[in-house]
Design a protein around this ligand. Structure first.
Ligand code: GLU
Length: 306
């Protein structure tokens, strides 16, 4: 059984990502689990090998060692395709030919109509009931379909070990894009199961996607792991932390005279796992970690100073 950290190699990890990586490592190590690292590089345009290497170097520098080889989603497209075909055969999905623009227009037009309670921006279902002839017509016009999950807006509950109970309605989420690239929600569910992941730690921006993933696990007969959604770090403007907020990566902080131990120590303090000024290593925190007492106050960049 394992925990994991699953970054997208689209840039350098910043303090918010590193904080999540540390919590994931502590959650795994404190429960005797393996710690896996998976590169979520489905998007071949934004992902790069150099970012991947840099992210791994930063994790290693913080003392967050991982077990086994690093898995890359870009190596697994064939596997995702098999599962998508299973969902097609089971009648759990439909083909959608809408462009983003058409979806936006449709949502605006439907805004005043009474609707089942669905997440903002949820697909309005335009292509749900296309006939064979409708599909043929679109294909003949050169349109390629995305594959969407067919839902009834069913509400799925998540028992999160940090956040508590969260309930969300599942929308007709895309499982494969029109260009054939599998979507995050599908890949993550398949990979977590394939890797024996029984504990998912990630940023709480993904809490709203978790009901979708649990529904997919049920459709594919896969187990549901435990979830720990960690609050994101915000820049001092209040938006989620980003490069523009200043020195936020290990490299940038080192240029400002920080040692790696300073980074671990401020992250630990922000989680309530170290006292101000105390120098700690990741190893020393394993016995202190408890997800139920972990500080989950909103963290600002200004809280992460030496
Ligand atoms: N790759 C996602 C991200 O970097 C995380 C996915 C997950 O942990 O489920 O935001």
């Amino acid at each position: 059984m394992a925990g994991r950290f699953a970054p997208s190699p689209t840039g350098e990890l910043h303090l918010g990502n590193l904080r999540t990586a540390l919590v994931a490592w502590l959650a795994a190590r404190s429960t005797g689990r393996d710690y896996l690292v998976r590169m979520e590089d489905l998007d071949r345009v934004t992902s790069a090998a150099e970012h991947e290497q840099r992210q791994l170097d930063d994790l290693a520098a913080l003392g967050l060692d991982w077990d086994g080889p690093v898995l890359r989603q870009s190596d697994r497209f064939d596997l995702y395709r098999v599962e998508i075909d299973r969902l097609v055969d089971g009648g759990f999905v439909y083909h959608c030919y809408c462009s983003r623009r058409e979806i936006r227009a449709e949502i605006e037009a439907a805004a005043s109509a009474p609707h089942v309670h669905l997440p903002d921006g949820a697909y309005p279902g335009t292509c749900r009931d296309l006939t064979r002839a409708d599909r043929a017509e679109r294909e003949a016009a050169g349109r390629r379909p995305a594959i969407r999950l067919r839902t009834d807006g069913q509400v799925v509950a998540v028992e999160d070990r940090v956040v508590g109970r969260y309930e969300g309605a599942v929308d007709d989420v895309v499982l494969a894009r029109a260009d054939g690239v599998p979507a995050y929600n599908l890949a993550v569910v398949i990979d977590d199961a394939a890797q024996g992941v029984s504990q998912v730690v990630r940023g709480d921006d993904l809490l709203t996607s978790t009901p979708r993933q649990i529904l997919l696990q049920r459709l594919l007969d896969l187990p549901t792991p435990e979830y720990l959604h960690v609050p994101l770090v915000h820049g001092d403007e209040g938006r989620r932390l980003a490069k523009r907020d200043g020195a936020v990566t290990i490299g940038e902080l080192q240029e400002e005279g920080w040692a790696v131990a300073d980074v671990v120590s401020v992250l630990a303090r922000s989680l309530g796992l170290a006292t101000p000024g105390e120098r700690v290593t990741a190893d020393r925190l394993v016995d202190r970690f408890d997800p139920t007492t972990m500080l989950r106050d909103p963290t600002r960049l200004s809280d992460l100073q030496r």
